[in-house]
Design a protein around this ligand. Structure first.
Ligand code: HCB
Length: 216
C-alpha cells in the first residue's frame, strides 16, 4: 500500500478524526482520485476495525469514533465522487439499508456513485421496513426500478429474503431488478433468495447495476 493510502487507513484505525480529514484533503490536493481514497485507504482501515472488533480487541465507542473519522472524510469526498460520471440516464433506483440495521457508510457511498453514473437515486435511509420498500416500488413511475439494498449484519441480511418473497407475492417482480450488498452478502445468498446481483464495492456496484438494468 502506498504511503498516502496507509496514512488514510491508519487515521481510521487510530480513531483520528482530524487526521482522517487532513489526510483526505492532502490526498485530494495531490491528485489522488476520490474513489481510490475511499477504496484503497479509508475502507481498508474500516475493515481492520471490524476485524479487531470481532476479535474482541476493540469496543463499540472506538468503532463509533472510527466511523466518525470515515464519515467526516466522506463529506469532503462526496462532491468529488458525484462529478464526472456518465451523465446518460441509466435508470431509477431505490436505495435503503434493511430493517434493524443502521450501518449506512457503504450504502451512502454506493448511492453517491450510482448518482454520479446517471442513475436517479431515491435514498430511503437506514432501518427501512420491507413494507416501505414495496410501497416505493408501487409508487415509482419508472417501468423498471433498481433496488439497492444494504445489510451489514447477518440478522438484517435475512430480511432481504423476506423482501424477495413480498416482491413476488405483491406481483411487482417484473418491475424490479434487485441488487443487494454489504459485508455478509454473497453470490450464493443472492442465488438462494432469487435476487439479481451483488457487488463487493461501490465501483463494482455501478457496473453490476448497469448490467442488470440492461445497459452496458
Ligand atoms: Co457495526 N458491525 N455494529 N457498527 N460495524 C459490523 C457490521 C460487524 C461485522 C463487526 C464485527 O463483528 N466484525 C458486526 C456485524 C456482525 C454480524 O452480524 N455478523 C457489527 C455489529 C455486531 C454492530 C452492533 C450490533 C454492535 C453493538 O451494538 N453491539 C451495532 C448494530 C447497530 C445496528 O445496525 N442496529 C453496530 C454499530 C456500528 C456503528 C454505529 C458503531 C458503526 C456504523 C456507523 C454508520 O454506518 N453510520 C459500525 C461500523 C462502522 C461497523 C464496521 C466496523 C464497518 C462497516 C463499514 O462502514 N464499512 C463493520 C465491520 C465490517 O463491515 N466488516 C461492523 C465500510 C463501508 C465502505 O463498507 O461493506 O458497508 P460496506 O459497503 C461496501 C460494500 O459492502 C458494498 O459497497 C460498499 C462501498 O464500497 N455495498 C453494496 C454495500 N451496500 C451495497 C448494496 C449493493 O446493492 C451493492 C453493494
Amino acid at each position: 500500500m502506498s504511503d498516502i493510502f496507509k496514512e488514510l487507513a491508519d487515521a481510521v484505525i487510530t480513531q483520528n478524526i482530524n487526521g482522517a480529514v487532513e489526510k483526505t484533503k492532502a490526498a485530494l490536493a495531490s491528485g489522488v482520485p476520490a474513489l481510490d481514497i475511499v477504496q484503497k485507504g479509508l475502507s481498508v482501515g474500516m475493515k481492520v476495525i471490524g476485524d479487531k472488533f470481532e476479535a474482541g480487541e476493540l469496543f463499540l465507542p472506538q468503532i463509533m469514533m472510527s466511523a466518525k473519522a470515515m464519515n467526516n472524510a466522506m463529506e469532503l469526498l462526496r462532491p468529488e465522487l458525484s462529478k464526472g460520471g456518465d451523465a446518460a440516464n441509466a435508470g431509477y433506483c431505490i436505495s435503503f439499508v434493511q430493517t434493524g440495521d443502521i450501518h449506512d457508510i457503504g450504502n451512502r457511498l454506493v448511492s453517491t456513485m450510482l448518482g454520479a453514473n446517471g442513475f436517479t437515486v431515491k435514498v430511503l435511509g437506514v432501518d427501512v421496513d420491507n413494507e416501505i420498500v414495496i410501497e416505493e416500488i408501487k409508487k415509482a413511475e419508472a417501468k423498471q426500478v433498481l433496488l439497492v439494498g444494504s445489510a451489514l449484519m447477518t440478522t438484517s441480511m435475512l430480511s432481504q429474503k423476506d423482501l424477495m418473497i413480498m416482491i413476488n407475492e405483491e406481483g411487482v417482480r417484473g418491475k424490479v431488478k434487485c441488487m443487494f450488498g454489504g459485508a455478509p452478502v454473497s453470490q450464493a445468498w443472492i442465488n438462494e433468495i432469487g435476487a439479481d446481483g451483488t457487488a463487493e464495492n461501490a465501483a463494482e456496484a455501478v457496473i453490476v447495476a448497469k448490467k442488470i438494468m440492461g445497459g452496458n
